[in-house]
Design a protein around this ligand. Structure first.
Ligand code: PMP
Length: 392
């Protein structure tokens, strides 16, 4: 059970332990509640109490005269060094309200100045891509930049000019968990979203070292509701423009959130490589889920999953089993050309491939939610596979 929590539609009772039979599995959102049991184990140590008089100021502290907590920035740099997932020494750090806010902050920062004579930047991504790159850019489409569609429309630098392009790359990718690289090349600016570049979800082959990188607390610690993300930016002017965007939009990330995140990052750091290592816990949960889902889906002719291989991880210093945040499901049967609808008929809510500008033969299953959510998902997937009936 999950005492004190709001139950989802499949569970009832004071601690959400009463299971409604034959209920619809909701595997739509990437809500990272798989980490809730970890923080229940560290409930007292991770608690933050903020009295009414505390942290009232716009600025982080009266001494620092800045919106960003210097101490939190220091701890985040330590976390990257300890995990080995990003080179931080030559980067500026810009905080924001979730990494979602950084998408447009960076589009603004990498675009030509609104007064410049140059045409608007084109913002592109390779399908299947995280849809908010499109929806957020389109919301602000205008003089500085416009949504330019998928990279397939533009080819690569050897054939086409890449000046004035901003390419979004997600690595590992949402939805299909692959470690992609930029495709345009040439002079295109690149923003690499590393929301899932943590040992829960992927092996870490080497520290990431792109010019503009985006991270979030939502996926490594699971505190999606605190709304905290940061960018690592090599160029000082780009960092300044991204920072200006955040200042103009929200006057800096919430001081309450920064204080809570400081406590959370310190606990993560203090437990690295010990028996309460959050990445060992997270990887264990996620690889077990992936293995169980694969075992059932491997009996199916109707649906299949992306292929993932065990890989060497520099954090664990060994070969680790795959543990993606999402399953990218393909419907194999001619008649299931809308995979989202096909799964919905089997009482599984997913996110359609069409949203990611991929074929509707694909749909995304979130594997990040609570154990209870995952159990319901396994029940419905097992029902679907068991209902397949072939004349051999
Ligand atoms: N980027 C990617 C690739 C994501 O999947 C998500 C969350 N689903 C985000 C950014 C946004 O996360 P947040 O705003 O919580 O930091």
């Amino acid at each position: 059970g999950r005492p004190g929590c709001e139950c989802n539609a499949c569970f009832a009772g004071r601690d959400c332990s009463l299971h409604t039979p034959n209920c619809t599995a909701d595997a739509d959102s990437g809500n990272p509640l798989f980490l809730e049991p970890y923080w229940r184990r560290h409930a007292a140590a991770s608690a933050v109490v903020i009295s009414g008089w505390h942290r009232m100021s716009y600025i982080a502290t009266d001494i620092e005269k800045v919106f960003q907590s210097v101490e939190l920035e220091r701890q985040i740099r330590r976390l990257h060094r300890a995990v080995g997932n990003a080179v931080v020494d030559d980067k500026h750090v810009v905080f924001a309200a979730g990494s979602i806010q950084l998408i447009n902050a960076l589009v603004h920062a990498l675009s030509p100045d609104a007064n410049a004579a140059s045409p608007p930047a084109r913002v592109v991504a390779t399908a299947p891509y995280y849809p908010i790159y499109r929806t957020q850019t389109k919301m602000f489409d205008g003089r500085e930049y416009r949504w330019g569609g998928t990279t397939a429309l533009w080819g690569n630098a050897s054939r086409n000019p890449t000046d004035g392009f901003i390419e979004f790359v997600t690595s590992p990718n949402n939805p299909d968990a692959q470690l992609y690289k930029p495709v345009l090349g040439g002079s295109a600016a690149v923003t690499v979203d590393h929301a899932y570049y943590w040992p829960h979800f992927t092996h870490i082959p080497a520290p990431a070292d792109e010019d503009v990188m985006v991270f979030t607390m939502s996926k490594p610690s699971g505190h999606a509701g605190s709304r905290f993300g940061w960018a690592l930016i090599r160029d000082e002017n780009v960092a300044k423009r991204a920072n200006d965007y955040v200042q103009n939009s929200i006057m800096g990330a919430s001081r309450d959130t920064q204080l809570r995140m400081l406590g959370i990052v310190k606990i993560m750091l203090a437990n690295l490589h010990g028996k309460e290592d959050i990445f060992a816990f997270g990887h264990d949960v996620m690889r077990t889920r992936w293995r169980r889902l694969n075992a059932v889906v491997s009996r199916s002719r109707r649906i299949s999953l992306q292929r993932m291989a065990p890989e060497y991880c520099t954090y664990f210093k060994r070969i680790r089993e795959p543990s993606p945040a999402y399953a990218w499901v393909k419907c194999e049967m001619e008649e299931d050309d809308d995979c989202y609808e096909a799964l919905l008929k089997s009482k599984i809510i997913t996110r359609s491939g069409a949203l990611f500008e991929a074929s509707s033969r694909y749909t995304r299953l979130s594997l990040l939610k609570t154990d209870d959510d995952f159990e319901v998902l396994m029940e419905r997937v097992t029902d679907l596979v068991n209902a397949e009936n072939y004349d051999e």
